[in-house]
Design a protein around this ligand. Structure first.
Ligand code: 5RP
Length: 258
């Protein structure tokens, strides 16, 4: 019997299956973080086992690393893998130029390092994350705990002069306590509503001592896969005509548990 899938999960599965079709035997892969990436890891493990593929996988968070290992994928560090062929990851927003906001799951530092060390970055997503202009999703900025109040004040000063629609910076909390990243850092979420000049904002934020990384991924992603609940996956590649593929969602019954 087919496992009951919510519409959201069906779309994520469609995107994940389509992205995993792009993987070839022998590849070195970056594995993203988040709920869509978790579907991709399950699909990847299933295909790798079924086809006896030799893959080398670099996770972008502790949680993805744990899932990938449990599902039998060959997990190594980025240092061991070196340059990667492709990273497959989710995103919180993407625009027509394939610029992204990431980090809703708090892993954007490792995600950006791994994606930047990859020849290609494939984003797996759903239609709700497509925007004409970035900024509706709060922009995560990872900062060091040391000097955090000074760093936050400087972030606010940058926002005062930035081309954005709203200027609200909040320390991310979980259960009332500061959220701590895999690197032991803090996250400030910037509620901006609309970012008119993402490159300029990124440059200004990264120039602040204490800012480790922003969730803006600019010029990194070259492929977006948009999954739909009916199993369609829209494959958009830079410089190529978009195509639509149909995924068999009944495979969910054969996937290893997430
Ligand atoms: C984690 C991320 C995720 O890719 C992003 O938050 C999307 O997650 P999901 O697939 O659960 O919607 O950037 O840092």
């Amino acid at each position: 019997m087919m496992q009951a899938l919510s519409a959201a999960d069906a779309g994520k599965l469609a995107a994940a299956l389509c992205a995993v079709e792009l993987v070839e035997d022998g590849m070195r892969l970056g594995l993203g973080t988040g709920s869509t990436a978790a579907w991709m890891v399950r699909c990847l493990a299933h295909r790798a086992k079924r086809e006896g593929m030799r893959l080398t996988c670099v996770p972008t968070s502790t949680r993805t690393g744990t899932l990938a290992r449990v599902l039998g994928l060959n997990v190594v560090t980025l240092e061991e893998a070196g340059q990667l062929d492709v990273t497959i990851d989710g995103a919180d927003e993407f625009d027509p130029q394939f610029r992204l906001i990431k980090g809703g799951g708090g892993a954007h530092l490792q995600e950006k390092i791994v994606a930047a060390a990859s020849d290609r970055m494939v984003v797996i997503t759903d239609p709700s994350k497509e925007v004409a202009q970035l900024g509706a999703f709060p922009l995560p900025v990872e900062i060091t705990p040391f000097g955090q109040s000074v760093t936050r004040a400087r972030i606010e000063a940058v926002l005062a002069g930035a081309a954005v629609a709203r200027r609200d910076a909040r320390l991310r909390l979980v259960d009332g306590k500061p959220f701590v990243t895999d690197e032991g850092n803090l996250t400030v979420d910037l509620f901006l509503d609309r970012i008119d000049a993402p490159e300029a904002l990124d440059t200004a934020l990264l120039a602040i001592p204490g800012v480790v990384e922003t969730g803006l991924f600019l010029g990194i992603c070259d492929t977006v896969v948009i999954g739909h609940p009916d199993g369609r996956a829209e494959l958009r590649r830079k410089g190529a005509e978009p195509e639509t593929r149909r995924m068999d969602l009944s495979v969910v019954a054969s996937l290893p548990a997430g």
